[in-house]
Write a protein that binds this ligand. Structure first.
Ligand code: BGC
Length: 760
């Protein structure tokens, strides 16, 4: 064994780059003065009605009978959403550019969440890569495909912190942690938008849903949120702020009440914090029907009141409820709304259109769409991203990797051969799922082996999803109990003859996402029962999980020898799972969320404050009398096919003054016999100060690839950025002179410890 010591720099992956011949023209970055001059010139020519039109986003095709042409011709729509048709984009744009009085182009927006044609792992999975470069490139590929198809604006990234696994939309974000969330938010903004708004092959990004949507009471989607200012600023806002710093051009307000004021009508949120304090220069769009909701939610007394209060609060564009066009001009004429606010909102929308280069390049090039969407480099990126996002949760007796000589495999479970569920939630409208399933991936990887399959009993939501109507293909009637039983028996019989069983289980795509919360975190349907029967056959069983949220797989965690969390891995998912199961890639992802033992644990997250009975004390375990209070798998957790050790933890200057930075170094060694990835994670705890602080907070991480026996030194910086926080007792940001615990290790339970003291 040899030992190499070198300073860790960001791991640069060799990415296949899209071929340059297909590049789209770029608009040069414009100065603020250039943009301002053009926007003001436009504003001078616009009627009040045309101004209001720019603040109106209309449905372009989702609802039957939607006829946007007439509205666009009148200058009555600044943006169109829910349309995914390149030819139609160009037809509508022609109406805007050639037939409306001022020829202002329309901004076409769509939810391009984890891919357009090439689907990447769901965002929660991408966060599990702990590799912002992979997330940035995924967003760049999604942007390139979407832009080629004529889309200018994606409603992504979703940067809501989610600490309650019951909440369905946990799948759309980066999980529970503000530090990891902020890094991933910035990476996605860079990926979607590129170096500047208007860069070739990129789109306008939208940080959503501002703010604290993920703190819905009981994890019930859309429910009210009560979060104090300190927690908003320390936990829920950092990813949004990071998106602003990364230059995000738009924001979306959230649906729900935030401390009894709907986010879409919340002046403190949209104007005081976002626009004034953070200096956000872009525009804010409501969530769908969000302005109309101000009425539904018992905040506004009528639609006029909703329009007035939303705009006055700082909302700039309305999504789909038609309240602005119905009321804003009248309100302005009556003097109920200052013209300056309307001009500011319109100016923000126009400035983005100018920067995007829409006036110069309003149309999509229909000849280039096919070749961009078929670019093989995109699929290569998706496979790499899927490999890097997988988390090995358990691997007893080295069950994995499988021997490359394995002769027969049974691939069992309702998700083993489902393209839609391999891609996961949030497909763009009209998308036909085309993922390589786990079954297909294993068959392709093992052409000489006998690979048999049985799905077992179906799984299904008890309450259908409101989005099912938009998914293509015929809808199957539910299985009868007898059919389910026959499928169960068939699955066990199929497995009986194989050498190794791969159980592919978890959740359907529509079991997470919007309006997809759950009251239980167990494996749905009869999956656990089937798993028990498969383990009972006495063969090696590997559980491959496809899911969009933490699951309380307590039985599996103790009885199934190997468990790979593959999330919803996207187009190349089946190939990537085969790569990992056969050892062509060693899993190196880490959990971006705590896995609770039960839904009754929720919300459960690692960064909790210390208490009367601290963790590790005798009293700690009596938090519940029926279940240990500890997580099933902690935040940051993930195994590898090799082993690692952390040593030589040093704080460069153990005493620093407030405002100064300390360096923290540690050596990470691959102590095993194969290459693998480890994520060095830095946690801190402030021992005393103005406020109580969490027992641990992530403040740095680095994913490393290490050969057998190799050691890398990793350096982190702990400065005022990492050590300050919003103090509730002081009502402002503070950095206390205080003593800190510092830990570095492979997950949030790291034990390698050092001290840091911050002096006044
Ligand atoms: C969702 C948003 C989405 C919007 C447009 C809403 O229901 O909450 O995340 O961007 O629809 O499709």
């Amino acid at each position: 064994m040899h030992s190499l010591v070198r300073t860790a720099t960001a791991v640069l992956l060799v990415a296949a780059l899209p071929s340059l011949a297909l590049a789209q023209a770029s608009s040069p970055p414009l100065t603020d003065a250039q943009v301002k001059a053009r926007v003001e010139a436009l504003l001078r020519q616009m009627t009040l009605e045309e101004k209001v039109g720019q603040l109106n986003q209309i449905a372009g095709g989702l609802f039957p009978g939607a006829k946007p042409e007439g509205v666009i011709r009148q200058g009555g729509a600044g943006s169109v959403l829910w349309l995914n048709d390149t030819k139609k984009f160009n037809e509508l744009q022609k109406v805007a550019v050639e037939e409306s009085r001022l020829g202002i182009p329309v901004l076409f927006g769509l939810d391009v969440i984890h891919g357009y044609r090439t689907i990447f792992p769901v965002p929660l999975a991408m966060a599990a890569s702990w590799d912002p470069s992979v997330h940035e490139r995924a967003a760049a590929v999604a942007a390139r495909e979407a832009r080629a198809a004529g889309i200018h604006w994606t409603f992504a990234p979703m940067v809501d912190i989610a600490r309650d696994a019951r909440w369905g939309r946990i799948v759309e974000g980066a999980g529970e942690d503000p530090y990891l969330g902020a890094v991933m938010a910035a990476a996605q903004v860079r990926g979607f938008q590129g170096p500047h708004l208007g860069a070739a092959d990129r789109v306008l990004a939208c940080a959503k849903h501002f703010g604290a949507y993920g703190a819905a009471e009981g994890g019930r989607d859309y429910d009210p949120v009560y979060v104090p200012e300190g927690q908003l600023r320390n936990v829920y806002f950092p990813p949004f702020h990071a998106a602003v710093v990364a230059g995000v051009g738009s924001f979306m307000s959230a649906y729900m009440d935030l401390n009894d004021v709907p986010a879409g009508g919340n002046r403190w949120l949209l104007s005081d914090v976002l626009k004034k304090e953070w200096g956000f220069p872009g525009f804010v769009v409501s969530d769908a029907m969000g302005v109309g909701n101000l009425l539904t939610m018992g905040f506004a007394k009528d639609r006029g009141d909703a329009a007035r209060r939303a705009l006055a609060a700082g909302l700039d564009m309305e999504m789909a409820s038609g309240v602005f066009p119905e009321n804003l001009a009248r309100l302005a004429k009556e003097g109920a709304l200052p013209m300056a606010r309307i001009d500011d909102a319109v100016g923000r929308v126009l400035a983005v259109k100018v920067r995007l280069g829409l006036f110069e390049r309003p149309y999509a090039d229909e000849t280039r769409v096919f070749s961009v969407l078929a670019d093989p480099a995109h699929r290569a990126e998706a496979r790499l991203a899927a490999r890097r996002s997988m988390v090995l949760l358990r691997n007893e007796r080295r069950t994995l990797p499988l021997a490359k000589t394995v002769a027969s495999l049974a691939v069992i479970g309702p998700l083993a051969d489902s393209k839609a569920d391999t891609e996961g939630s949030w497909m763009v409208f009209g998308h036909e799922p085309a993922a390589v399933t786990v079954l297909e991936g294993l068959r392709a990887r093992l052409p000489g082996a006998k690979v048999v399959h049985a799905p077992g009993p179906e799984i299904r939501r008890q309450v259908p999803s409101m989005f099912d109507q938009f998914t293509p293909g015929p809808k199957k009637p539910p299985q009868t109990p007898e059919q389910g039983e026959a499928a169960f028996q068939q699955a066990v019989e199929t497995a009986r003859g194989a050498d190794v069983v791969i159980a592919v289980m978890g959740e359907l795509a529509n079991m997470s996402g919007e309006a997809a919360s759950r009251a239980s975190l167990d494996l749905p349907g009869r999956q656990e029962e089937l798993l028990k029967a498969l383990v009972g056959l006495g063969k090696p069983v590997v559980l491959v999980l496809l899911n969009g949220r933490p699951l309380s797989i307590n039985w599996a965690a103790e009885n199934v020898p190997a468990i790979l969390e593959a999330w919803q891995p996207g187009t190349e998912g089946g190939h990537a799972v085969a790569d990992v199961l056969l050892g062509d890639a060693s899993p190196g992802g880490k959990l971006p969320v705590t896995f609770p033992r039960s839904a009754g644990h929720a919300p459960l997250y690692y960064a909790r404050n210390l208490t009367h009975s601290p963790e590790g004390s005798r009293m700690y375990n009596v938090r519940y009398w029926d279940l240990p209070p500890t997580p099933l798998f902690p935040f940051g957790y993930g195994l590898s096919y090799t082993t690692f050790s952390f040593s030589n933890l040093k704080v460069g200057s153990p005493q620093v003054r407030v405002g100064a930075a300390a360096t923290v170094t540690v050596d990470v060694t691959n102590t095993g016999t194969v290459a693998g990835d480890e994520v060095a994670q830095l946690y801190v705890h402030q021992r005393a100060g103005s406020d109580s602080r969490p027992g641990r907070e992530l403040k740095g991480f680095r994913r490393l690839s290490l050969g057998p026996g190799e050691t890398q030194a990793v350096t982190f910086t702990l400065g005022p950025e990492e050590l300050r926080y919003w103090s509730t007792s002081q009502g402002k940001w503070v950095q206390d002179a205080a003593a800190f615990d510092v830990w570095v290790g492979s997950d949030s339970t790291a034990t390698l410890h050092a001290n840091l003291e911050v002096l006044p």
